[in-house]
Design a binder for this molecule. Structure first.
Ligand code: HEM
Length: 404
């Protein structure tokens, strides 16, 4: 295949109608080559994407057991080397077993009341607004920031500072090229987080029970080194990093989808017990994360193509979630859909650790919002979308919370 035939994921037409491109790929090019030399492979069918996620021999690290050479040796490198999404077995397995305790049923049970308080308070604030507001700014950014702060016992007033610094970590976590300036900024930011959360953790010593998410992790740390102090802090910062953008996007997508489908909004208002299923359908229909990367852990054949060991695989979550081979009428937004085993949280060993919290947030929001703000209207029907390949989100969503 010549380079001109390689899939161009930077092409502006791709961003204007991604779902049409995904359908083309599923039907005609399920093992699509991309990148200047065609070395990266895009998988778009549900069965293929799920298979790679579930295969324990597929890696998140480009080379087995080796961290990228360009992350230096400072605080940023420590951050990368202890972050769950960047680790393979056996370190990932050990850390994950400990980290998962933060969202165990006994901790989840204690979170419901304060998560509800934060969401209900922000719905009230939205309802008090006059005329038009940007839902992203007034609700979808605030709620996950407040929840993440409450989760980590950080003052809500620090949310702005903590979140503003986060993007500086991305170059260190993304396995791409890093400039010396980016490395310096990443190191400085990692040091900030070690210091900031270190102080919070120290102030909480002896005060939290095992039913608190941070308390559950601190017990593992205090129980004789099963979790080091650095591991504890990186895991906690990871909750912030992993939850903020995804949740903001999913909440915006939920309101957008329901306002574009008023029949579904009315159904949800009449039957609030559909809220959990509606959240799953939002995640399937407009998945906040479009692609996740893995590296082939061994050579294998797929649809007649040989994929070499070490090949970078771009796993198309948003495409898989619209695959007609897996979902009936996949482009329809249907909150009554059953058997909705979407891949928005992926599958296998790295499956989203915070999925129980996300589901709690989604359920509460979708139970309360249609009843409290039944007249909410979309005043700009076609909102602007980011053209980020991996994270696709609406940069603004203008609504009239009490109708026009
Ligand atoms: C709608 C909201 C969310 C979506 C769509 C989402 C999606 C994802 C995705 C796609 C991954 C990558 C999994 C992989 O590489 O296979 C992930 C990982 C992760 N998520 Fe979420 N997430 C959400 C909310 C949250 C929340 C609320 C938290 C915690 C407070 C969280 C914590 C994590 C962590 C710690 C990981 C790393 C897991 C690992 O590598 O073992 N996420 N999430």
């Amino acid at each position: 295949m010549s380079p001109t035939e390689y899939l161009d994921l930077g092409d502006p037409t791709f961003h204007t109608d991604r779902f049409a491109v995904y359908r083309q790929l599923r039907d005609h090019d399920p093992v699509a080559r991309t990148g200047p030399d065609g070395a990266r492979i895009v998988l778009s069918r549900y069965a293929d994407v799920e298979r790679i996620f579930k295969d324990p021999l597929m890696r998140v690290q480009p080379a087995a057991g080796r961290f990228p050479d360009n992350i230096g040796t400072g605080a940023g490198a420590t951050f990368h080397q202890l972050s769950l999404p960047d680790l393979d077995a056996p370190t990932h397995t050990r850390l994950r077993k400990l980290a998962v305790q933060a969202f165990a049923p006994r901790t989840m049970a204690t979170m419901r009341s304060w998560v509800e308080e934060i969401i209900a308070g922000n719905i009230e604030a939205l309802g008090a607004a006059d005329g038009e507001v940007d839902f992203v700014e007034t609700f979808a950014q605030r709620v996950p920031a407040e929840i993440a702060c409450r989760l980590l016992h950080a003052p809500a007033s620090d949310a702005g500072t903590v979140l503003r610094r986060m993007p500086a970590l991305n170059p260190l976590l993304s396995h791409g090229p890093i400039t010396p300036e980016q490395l310096a900024a990443g190191d400085e930011t990692a040091e900030f987080y070690f210091d900031y959360l270190g102080r919070i953790v120290d102030s909480l010593r002896g005060r939290l029970g095992p039913e608190d998410p941070v308390g559950a992790l601190m017990r593992a740390e205090e129980a004789g080194g099963r979790l080091s102090r650095d591991e504890l802090i990186v895991t906690l910062v990871g909750f912030f990093v992993a939850s903020y953008h995804t949740t903001m996007t999913a909440m915006t997508n939920a309101v957008h989808a329901l306002l574009r489908h008023p029949g579904q909004m009315r159904l949800l208002a009449a039957e609030p017990d559909l809220a959990p299923a509606a959240w799953e359908e939002v995640l399937r229909w407009q998945s906040p994360v479009h692609f996740i990367t893995r590296y082939a852990g061994y050579e294998f054949e797929l649809h007649g193509e040989t994929i070499a060991e070490g090949t970078q695989l771009l796993l198309g979550i948003a495409s898989a979630n619209r695959d007609e081979r897996r979902f009936a009428d996949p482009d329809a937004f249907d909150i009554r859909r059953t058997g909705n085993r979407h891949l928005a949280f992926t599958a296998g060993g790295h499956y989203c650790l915070g999925a129980p919290l996300s589901r709690l947030e989604g359920e509460i929001m979708l139970r309360l919002l249609p009843r409290r703000l039944p007249a909410m209207t979309l005043t700009v029907p076609d909102p602007p979308w980011s053209d980020d390949l991996v994270f696709r989100w609406m940069t603004a969503l203008t609504v009239a919370p009490n109708g026009v």
